[in-house]
Design a protein. Structure first.
Length: 292
């Protein structure tokens, strides 16, 4: 009886392992199927935009649309640069996005450190409310202020306006990082002669480098894609890429090919940047998530 029971148990073990392996396979397949379903609309829109930029005007306006069988053309991309000063718009977007990101880091990092160390809940709540409030609520006061200061159609006005989006993001991302730094490290630095600011620069900032990278990248992307503030505050000399694409829409006819080509050239840098630094973004956003 004992031998028989042991023999049955020995034969049942491989079956249990196969069932567990099958269950893991099903869970993995279900996970990837769910990811595919969630990502399909985004991937399809991007695919449609790219294929539309490679079509002639007749095929782009044709119905029903053909996604795979069409005459391939690359004329829409040179046409974008021929009709518009697209290089100027690219430079404007780079200046505004980089400027707002750098200024946001210069202001947001000390603010996040102060909130984390001295538990300034009221200031943290104010920053959160500023991020939740729709951006259009700031638009009219910004415009009135910058018009009186003769700053409309300047980089300074756009950079300051984009801080409404980037600064709260930087602060809230960095608060958690500074809270994870042991206070004893800063106390040791002050015993060695550092001031609060010196401990912040020499101890705190090097330890939260992953968070700084993540916050900077996210702030840059949000500023690069911002449309609302630029449509009012930007002029002929400071027009950014989203406004340039918007102005390509005419009243009588829409040239879908050049419009899709311009949209593709705006989107591709962000996608490439995200793919290149996705490891830093994930590391930064999950750093310190599991507390001891």
């Amino acid at each position: 009886m004992v031998a028989r029971a042991g023999h049955v148990g020995f034969r049942a073990a491989p079956g249990a392992r196969r069932r567990r392996a099958a269950a893991r396979t099903i869970r993995t397949a279900g996970y990837y199927a769910l990811v595919a379903v969630v990502m399909l609309p985004t991937v399809f829109v991007f695919f449609w935009m790219v294929t539309l930029s490679l079509k002639t005007q007749v095929e782009a306006a044709g119905y029903p649309p053909h996604f795979f069988r069409f005459a391939l053309t690359f004329r829409n991309y040179p046409e974008v640069f021929a009709r518009n000063p697209f290089l100027l718009y690219i430079g404007n977007s780079l200046v505004v996005a980089a400027g707002s990101t750098l200024l946001g880091l210069a202001v947001g990092l000390p603010a996040a450190f102060s909130i984390a160390r001295w538990r300034q809940s009221a200031l943290a709540l104010t920053v959160l409310v500023a991020r939740i409030v729709p951006g259009i609520s700031y638009l009219i006061p910004w415009y009135i202020l910058f018009r009186r200061l003769h700053m409309v159609d300047t980089y300074q006005a756009l950079i300051l306006a984009h801080l409404v989006v980037g600064l709260p993001l930087i602060i809230w991302v960095m608060i958690g990082f500074f809270e994870d730094i042991p206070v004893e490290l800063e106390d040791a630095a002050r015993i060695d002669g550092c001031s609060h600011y010196g401990a912040f620069l020499r101890v705190a900032l090097p330890l939260v480098r992953p968070g700084i990278v993540a916050a900077a990248i996210l702030s840059f992307i949000f500023s690069w894609n911002n449309f609302l503030f630029s449509v009012i505050l930007a002029g002929r000399n400071t027009r950014t890429l989203p406004i340039a694409v918007f102005n390509m829409i005419g009243f009588e006819e829409i040239n879908w090919g050049p419009l899709a080509a311009a949209a593709t050239m705006i989107t591709l840098p962000v996608i490439v940047l995200t793919l290149l630094v996705q490891r830093h973004i994930v590391t930064g956003l999950t750093f310190g998530a599991v507390k001891r």
